[in-house]
Design a protein around this ligand. Structure first.
Ligand code: PMT
Length: 404
């Protein structure tokens, strides 16, 4: 495997990435751009990999046997982390003017990009165009950057994905594309049910779990459509996303999306109730000490899909966010909502459920319960998809009712 390192402040994180890949048993050759060498030395990577580091396209020793072509040919995967805005632009233009871009252009192995840059560079239409070209034309896989405080002082998307997440993405690129051609619809995030023009009834869902499922499914070859409630989380790069706000909007988008879907994963925390009336103007506090808002039930979208489907298409995955009797409630939802699989999520558990980056879930189907131990939401997403793939290829053998 080749790890290409470009010249951004996140280059230091590439050392941890290389260490983790080495620890996982990969043979890692590192290539660096000249600018990367301003941020981290080749010596660091040489020490971590115990192999020469490729830094110079014009080196008389490295290039004695056309080193960059040898590395490109031998690689089973090329991971570029960090991929700066400049590097993405050069890759998208098909340039090969340094060790990293030359290997990327020459290889026939899959290429995994982990972009990292200033938030405004990330959001720039040219960067997004370049990423679209790399994804759609060159078929590169992209590990979306995280959000947060950036070294440049701005806050937002642009932070290099965590090394463990890049390792996990690399493992999945190397693994079979077991969802190739499968149409997967994922719902994520909360819904906001308007009270008046400034207030709403909502919930604590951040959209992280659903976005992780969408990203993981895309990496495994699925054609993914994400229906995303209001969330500060960036949708995965390249995933067709519909942004919605209320349960009614989510329902409309879902009904359109499911028409030709093979799998629907309902991660969204859809509001069970909405205000009976939405005030046209901001409600005034006045002198009153109490206020009553009448709520009416929203339709149960998942149960509606369960009832409407003919046969077993689409394969339906519901979530059950519970604070007590988690498995019993999840088992009940499996039946009442007509799902194939319910992901039981104890949202009272520390490090699980709403807003955090980790989760611990149990997969409940007609044949039993499978525990997915606490892990990053990206990892949990893959375990859920593993189960979906397994169940779709080997349909569950529903135990026959016992004779009395
Ligand atoms: O977004 P995060 O911060 O990462 O948090 C993840 C999560 C906790 C939101 C997620 O893991 C989770 O548990 N999602 C389900 C939340 C939920 O609404 O659970 P529920 O038990 O109330 O609903 C059961 C199922 O019915 C869900 O699949 C839900 O999408 C669906 N539903 C609910 C109400 C409704 N009116 N229509 C529905 O389709």
């Amino acid at each position: 495997m080749v790890v290409g390192v470009a010249g951004g402040i996140a280059a230091y994180k590439a050392a941890e990435l290389v260490r983790l890949l080495d620890k996982a048993g990969a043979t890692v050759d590192v290539a660096m751009t000249p600018r990367a060498q301003h941020f981290i030395t080749a010596m660091t990577f040489q020490a971590l990999t115990r192999r020469p580091v490729f830094t110079d396209l014009f080196s008389l020793t490295d290039e004695e046997k056309i080193g960059h072509i040898q590395l490109a040919d031998a690689a089973d995967l090329v991971v570029i982390a960090p991929a700066t805005a400049d590097l993405c632009a050069r890759l998208a233009a098909g340039m090969a003017d340094d060790a990293v871009t030359s290997i990327a252009l020459a290889t026939r192995a899959p290429v995994l990009l982990a972009p990292s840059m200033n938030v405004n560079m990330w959001n720039h239409v040219l960067t997004q165009r370049n990423l679209t070209t790399l994804r759609d034309v060159a078929k590169y896989q992209i590990v979306a950057p995280g959000e947060g405080f950036l070294a440049c002082g701005w806050t937002g998307p642009g932070r290099l994905a965590e090394p463990a997440e890049i390792v996990e993405a690399a493992a999945h690129v190397l693994s079979a594309q077991d969802l190739a051609g499968v149409k997967v619809v994922v719902t994520a995030g909360p819904t906001y049910e308007a009270i008046d023009p400034v207030r709403f009834v909502g919930n604590r869902s951040s959209g992280k779990m659903g976005a992780a499922i969408a990203a993981a499914a895309q990496r495994r070859g699925a054609e993914v459509r994400l229906i995303f409630g209001p969330s500060g989380v960036a949708p995965p790069v390249g995933v067709e996303t519909s942004h919605v706000e209320s349960a009614a909007q989510l329902s409309w988008a879902l009904n359109n999306a499911v028409k030709d879907a093979d799998v629907v994963v309902m991660t969204a925390a859809v509001a069970d109730f909405r205000p009976a009336k939405v005030a046209d103007q901001k409600l005034k506090r006045g002198a009153q000490q109490t206020m009553t808002i009448e709520l009416v039930a929203n339709p149960d979208l998942l149960a509606g899909l369960g009832k409407a489907r003919k046969g077993k298409r689409p394969f339906l995955v519901g979530f059950a966010a519970e604070t007590n009797e988690v498995i019993a409630n999840a088992k009940a939802k499996l039946v009442t909502k007509g799902c194939d699989l319910v992901v039981a999520n104890d949202v009272a558990e520390v490090g699980a459920g709403f807003a955090v980056d980790t989760n611990h879930v149990q997969l409940v189907d007609a044949n039993g319960v499978t525990d997915v131990p606490s892990a990053s939401k990206a990892e949990v997403a893959h375990r859920i998809l593993d189960k979906i793939v397994e169940m779709r290829t080997k349909p569950a053998i529903t135990p026959k009712p016992k004779k009395r």
